[in-house]
Design a protein around this ligand. Structure first.
Ligand code: GRG
Length: 316
């Protein structure tokens, strides 16, 4: 069975039935995400010690593309789950993990970054201890939110456990944290393409992939569609990182709003390995492969297809 919108002549908008416009879709989805983040913070901040509330709130509300929850909502919709506040509440659990990862990634013992999204990083504003503890506090919060939202959507305890496990696996040592470990080990060494693919498949790809899988699980999608979304996620996860490396090497650092650059950190990147043009070509080819995978199982909806292209065409 094909989802609504799939197989249509051109992309269509979920809300209007007109031509699909990614910018409008992103605006609407980001509004839903911001509202759900506010809802989640209003129940979780009061449980934290006073000293951690401000760093945690600032880390979660300091902007960002909100790509992980948006991918989750788009996958859910593609698998015929009705979009709405429930899935947004589930999807923001991914943003809590993402916010923690950025807080810790920027610490002096990691990338020692003073600037992200054009603002001073949490340890600069609140000190290292508050940034470390605030980041750590976000991890269990994310899992509790996912559990509560899954149960609120009517999922059984077993289904809800599967959804929480999907996030935990992606965030942990066999996912994002493991990738960060490989990244640290790789500093000042020249990594080859398979090293980079492994590192970034874990560090960046695992949570992006889990975002899509979580949407499929929430919609109770058949296994074939779930697997296609995972394969798609792995492809666009790597493409995302390649695009990040290209941006890091070519875009104005002020516009990117972050420091230090990969070059400052002596990191091997796709650009240092392949050059800008071949990196761009590989990113595009990965996106095309990902979209083909979606088409194979009929979940190539306009939002997912256009989000995949956005992953490599974005300017920040
Ligand atoms: C310190 C216990 C301990 C563990 C460290 C910090 C960490 C584990 C892992 C970090 C891995 C990490 C930062 C991955 C994300 C890489 C990445 C591409 C970030 C940027 O994502 P965007 O572009 O960011 O989606 P925005 O700003 O749009 O939200």
């Amino acid at each position: 069975m094909k989802p609504a919108g799939s197989g249509a002549k051109g992309p269509t908008s979920a809300s209007t039935g007109g031509p699909f416009l990614l910018a409008a879709y992103l605006d609407e989805a980001r509004n839903q995400v911001e509202t759900a983040l506010d809802r989640a913070l209003s129940t979780t901040l009061p449980l934290l010690p006073q000293a951690l509330r401000e760093p945690v709130e600032a880390a979660v509300t300091s902007g960002g593309k909100r790509l992980r929850p948006i991918l989750c909502m788009a996958a859910y919709e593609a698998c015929q789950g009705p979009r709405g506040p429930d899935v947004a509440d589930l999807a923001v659990s991914l943003e809590f993990i993402h916010a923690y990862s950025l807080m810790h990634d920027d610490l002096p013992c990691m990338d020692d970054a003073p600037l992200r999204r054009g603002r001073p990083t949490p340890h600069i504003t609140y000190g290292e201890r508050s940034a470390t503890l605030g980041g750590a506090a976000l991890i269990p919060v994310a899992h509790v939110l996912a559990w509560r939202s899954a149960r609120g959507m009517g999922h059984s305890p077993e289904e809800a456990r599967g959804m929480v496990a999907c996030i935990a696996r992606a965030a942990g040592g066999a996912g994002m944290v493991g990738g960060q470990g490989l990244d640290l080990l790789g500093e000042d060494r020249v990594l080859d393409q398979s090293d980079l693919d492994q590192l970034h498949g874990l560090k960046t790809g695992a949570l992006l992939t889990a975002s899509l899988e979580l949407g499929a699980l929430a919609a109770r999608a058949p296994l074939a569609r779930r697997e296609a979304l995972v394969t798609f996620g792995q492809a666009i996860g790597l493409a995302f990182q390649i695009a990040d490396d290209v941006l890091d090497a070519t875009a104005d650092q002020d516009r990117l709003g972050k420091a230090p650059s990969d070059q400052d950190l002596s990191k091997s990147t796709y650009v240092s390995l392949l050059g800008v043009d071949a990196s761009r070509a590989r990113a595009r080819s990965l996106v095309d492969q990902g979209i083909e995978e979606l088409a194979r199982t009929g979940v190539d909806t306009p939002p997912l297809v256009e989000l995949a292209r956005y992953v490599v065409d974005r300017d920040r």
